[in-house]
Design a protein around this ligand. Structure first.
Ligand code: SAH
Length: 345
């Protein structure tokens, strides 16, 4: 652990809140927009803020740190994927992944360090929850990654470590911060949040952020199989989850993505595919089949290519939109949570 940092992270504040801070320090309100603009460009020190008076810079410096995380380990794959272990001021570590797609560059960020959801195939949850991140720390991952790669990032997916809907307020803050037109200005449609299925928050999200994309980790065609690998299913049943998802598509008019990690001998049979197709037929969904990333210390094996193809064919035959996720970064520790665990071990 590093020395305790008593200053607050200035990246957490919206322009409105910064306005109050700046006026509280006896300076003019419009300075807040300047400071916010610099922060959103990735400024690592107040000295870079050349149009901000020195008096204000010094006052801010005394009370607020610029909480950009430090890259403590970086791996770059041949396909351009960059995976980074970021460390925050208090020593908390999370992973972020930069990926290149035809439609532009994307980053997968973490919303928590560790996770308490307990999915049995996932590396991030093996040691439980360390702590939730603040919105500013989520923004910090994007800014630090942009600096590290020297590339623009036009899409953000909150699909790294942690359960975003177990940290709803701060994830909401992050979305507002990165969308802010005075700052990074990322379009809401360029953001995707992935949840393991916390129903009340799916409803809240539909109301709060109808333009942000939602992905739901389904990973099973029914309650029985789902609850074997996802403890959250014991609290929120399969039927109720699908009902909430259907409502989401009705309220937002947007397609919902279901993630389905295909696991050998567990959820990859033709019968599983038929059952899933039966549940999803006829509504606005998209299934993303993810060949399982095998995790050290977990017994699940990735499904073979034939069963993934069969699964896909069955969904397609039933008119369910489906894609198989391209596996990027194969030659690095691709599965989320693995880099952090390896580093610690
Ligand atoms: N808590 C969120 C984000 C988790 S990570 C959620 O559950 O959606 C993003 C996706 O990766 C989720 O669908 C998650 O279930 C999946 N995942 C986790 N471990 C995996 C693994 N070993 N192989 C493939 N997908 C995995």
């Amino acid at each position: 652990m590093q020395e305790a940092e008593v200053r607050k992270n200035i990246l957490n504040f919206t322009p409105g809140e910064l306005g109050d801070i700046v006026t509280g320090l006896g300076e003019q309100k419009f300075r807040a927009a300047q400071v916010f603009g610099w922060l959103s460009k990735g400024a690592a020190s107040y000295d870079e803020m050349t149009n901000v008076p020195k008096s204000l810079r010094e006052k801010l410096e005394a009370e607020y740190s610029i909480g950009l995380p430090e890259a403590v380990r970086t791996q770059e794959a041949k396909d351009g994927t960059v995976k980074c272990l970021f460390r925050f001021m208090d020593g908390t570590e999370v992973e972020s992944v930069f990926m290149k797609y035809e439609y532009g560059n994307s980053i997968c960020i973490s919303s928590q360090s560790g996770c308490r959801m307990g999915c049995t195939f996932c590396a991030s949850t093996m040691e439980g929850l360390d702590r939730s991140l603040t919105g500013g720390e989520m923004l910090g991952q994007v800014l630090a990654m942009r600096k590290l790669t020297g590339s623009d990032i036009g899409h953000v997916v909150i699909m790294g470590m942690g359960e975003p809907f177990d940290n709803y307020e701060e994830v909401s803050r992050f979305i507002r911060l990165i969308h802010e037109s005075k700052g990074y200005g990322l379009g809401l449609r360029n953001i995707t949040v992935s949840t393991c299925g916390i129903i009340p928050k799916i409803r809240a999200f539909a109301a709060d952020f109808p333009q942000v994309n939602l992905a739901v980790s389904l990973h099973a065609p029914n309650q029985e199989i789902r609850q074997m690998s996802m403890p959250v299913a014991k609290k929120y049943s399969y039927d109720d989850l699908l009902e909430a998802c259907r409502e989401y598509t009705e309220i937002t008019g947007r397609r919902i993505t279901f993630e389905y990690a295909v696991i050998d001998g567990f959820n990859d049979s033709a019968a599983c595919a038929e059952e899933l197709a039966g549940r999803l037929k006829g509504w606005l969904t998209h299934v993303n089949l993810i060949p399982l990333n095998e995790v050290e210390g977990r017994s699940y094996k990735t499904a073979n290519g034939n069963s993934v193809k069969r699964f896909k064919d069955i969904l397609e035959k039933n008119g369910v939109a489906v894609t198989v996720r391209r596996t990027l970064g194969k030659d690095i520790d691709a599965a989320c949570g693995q880099l952090r665990r390896r580093h610690a071990g």
